[in-house]
Design a protein around this ligand. Sequence first.
Ligand SMILES: [Zn+2]
Ligand SMILES: [Zn+2]
Length: 135
Amino acid sequence: MAETIACAICGAERPTELVEKTTVATISPLEADICAACQLVQDHALADTVCMQCGADADSGFYIELEFPLGVTELPGRLTGGLCGDCAADIACRINYEGVDADPEAKEELTALIDEEADRRQTQPATSSPTGGRS
Ligand SMILES: [Zn+2]
Ligand SMILES: [Zn+2]
């Protein structure tokens, strides 16, 4: 029976020859048993001038630094990189929406606002504009 080692990041049991006691960019200089696939993913770094999300030129974009628990053994992960303006805006927007989603009161308020807006559109036919600029 082939020997296996559990990868500290993905938790999968891998044949010993595919797991190395090594470090990867996200946890450097810490070492752990990391499988070849996770090494590739964690060591894969784009240039700071390339957007981490879409690969677009992020030269004039945003630089972010994240710390997070990495993988099943919650290694101290760290990630730095660039985001282009579009992706930064997209992520910020998503964080805001999900923040509201996580707050029941705010979510109710938002739902009420959207309903109100929908009602207003129904009672106000698109043909009669309140500013009435046409003459
Ligand atoms: Zn792994
Ligand atoms: Zn991008």
